[in-house]
Design a protein around this ligand. Structure first.
Ligand code: KG4
Ligand code: ZN
Length: 337
């Protein structure tokens, strides 16, 4: 029998400090997530300097808890993995420093992980991945269509030209007076409303797989401001539903174009916006209506947002390939595939 591989993984790219212990890239022995969201809410977004300070405060507690919950000692570990980008430079550096320290002190290999790859591989906790598979990566910072050709081999087919989809949710949420991050509330409101405002579906007619969400955001803001000036009352749920309907049309259109050009057996949807119930329902319906023999994979809700378990999942593949870095590993805030 093959020996188990146990990896300690770190994630600190934005506003979650997370440490996980993962067995063979598939079994979550522990996944501690310390969120700082309350500290950022009053600013309406993540404040980088505040985020770094919280990471410093939280990281050692997270390490201790992750080891305690997994019931492992440093001797049980085979490697240490860490997100080195993309993300906030000050936040990334805290996780990198902690991971390097453990790697150095316990003579363990250090695995440098791309945060976006981590999001995609959160699907590995749900199903056995079949290559090639298509992935729709939708988060607060990214909106990409990525073809995963083989384990750890990525090709970006489409990207956003301006705002990320989660960012658009948060911005229109602000206009509606919702607390940051607003995605979940907009999703809940849209279930109670109707698509009556017909916001633009940007770029759906263009023959490419790229996205643009700044136009719909501006159209939304203009609609609300014009109504305010005329003292007109707009139905908030209808506004949310109209925004979400446009977003879902855009995501669905580009995703299935990508699948048409690159036949796959699985679609993995990952990132914070993969928690969206409207998106889950819409893509399931599309697959049925189009009669496609494709498995739609959404990570469980707790693995849609930032977490270290997903970093441990992709790290296993890198471990098997011997994809290690030296102790001079630096952060790469704008890392892509
Ligand atoms: O992946 P994530 O936790 O952090 C980044 O790496 O960006 O994604 C956070 C984003 C936020 O913009 C948040 O509003 C959005 O995910 N989000 C949602 C939902 N839950 C979280 N957006 C739409 N519907 C949701 N249910
Ligand atoms: Zn993320």
């Amino acid at each position: 029998m093959q020996k188990d591989t146990i990896i300690m993984a770190f994630e600190s790219s934005c506003d979650e400090t997370s440490v996980a212990v993962i067995k063979n890239g598939k079994e979550i022995m522990s996944n501690i997530i310390a969120t700082q969201i309350k500290s950022h809410q009053r600013f309406g977004g993540v404040v980088p300097e505040v985020a770094s300070r919280h990471h410093v405060e939280q990281i050692t507690y997270c390490i201790d808890l992750a080891m305690e919950e997994a019931n492992v000692t440093y001797d049980d570990l085979d490697a240490v993995a860490v997100t080195y980008g993309p993300g906030l430079v000050g936040s990334l550096l805290i996780g990198i420093m902690a991971a390097k320290t453990i790697a150095f002190a316990h003579n363990l290999p250090l695995i440098p992980v791309n945060h976006l790859a981590g999001h995609i591989y959160s699907a590995q906790f749900v199903t056995d991945l079949q290559y090639p598979f298509m992935s729709l990566l939708v988060s607060g910072g990214h909106t990409e269509i990525v073809l995963v050709k083989a384990p750890g081999e990525f090709e970006t087919l489409g990207d956003t030209r301006d705002d990320a989809v989660g960012e658009a949710y948060d911005k229109i949420g602000r206009v509606l007076g919702l607390q940051y991050p607003a995605g979940k509330t907009v999703d809940q409101m849209s279930a109670k409303g109707n698509d009556v405002y017909d916001f633009p579906r940007a770029m759906v007619k263009e023959d490419n797989l790229d996205f643009s969400f700044s136009g719909i955001k501006s159209a939304f803001i203009n609609k609300v401001h014009n109504a305010e000036q005329k003292n007109e009352e707009l139905n908030q749920n209808d506004l949310a539903a109209s925004f979400q309907a446009a977003v879902l049309d855009i995501l669905s259109n580009k995703l299935f174009r990508a699948v048409e050009k690159n036949p796959v057996k699985q679609i993995v949807v990952a990132g914070g916006v993969a928690a969206n119930q409207g998106l889950r329902n819409r893509l399931a319906k599309d697959i049925k209506d189009k009669n496609l023999d494709i498995e739609l994979v959404f990570p469980p809700l707790r693995l849609c947002g930032d977490n270290a378990a997903m970093i441990g999942a992709i790290a296993q593949i890198q471990y098997e390939k011997g994809d290690f870095s030296g102790l001079d590993l630096n952060s790469d805030p704008s890392l892509d595939f």
